[in-house]
Design a protein around this ligand. Sequence first.
Ligand SMILES: [Zn+2]
Ligand SMILES: [Zn+2]
Length: 140
Amino acid sequence: MRSPAELTEAFRAHGLKITPQRQLLFRLMHGNECHPTAEALFQTASEQMPGISLRTVYQTLNDLATMGELRSLDLGTGAVRFDPNTDDHHHVVCDHCNEIRDVYVSGSDALSISGLDGFAVSNTSILFNGLCPRCTAVSE
Ligand SMILES: [Zn+2]
Ligand SMILES: [Zn+2]
């Protein structure tokens, strides 16, 4: 995802409206490693700019996803997550607290895969599940 200033320019170039609310969302998402849901982002944004609407949050996230600035992910946690990291990466999810981390897999081309016959694969996502270090420590 590009910087808030670059996104402001890009939105203008696409004929999309720029408002202080949208610029706040650019700042909150830029470099965000939490993979927030729209609702979580709405909570954070509301603290800084009371009166911002959930609709604006959804609209802005969808516009950013359409422009390829972020990815929307279903990681099995019950709500769609938004990720400004558009590098080729995968995820690990804590089954207990739903913490999500980015995971980089090297050598995935060398995986031995069967059952894809006839499919033109456009995307691969690998999801790891388990307990995060914090939850592991608590359960010991
Ligand atoms: Zn955890
Ligand atoms: Zn990610």
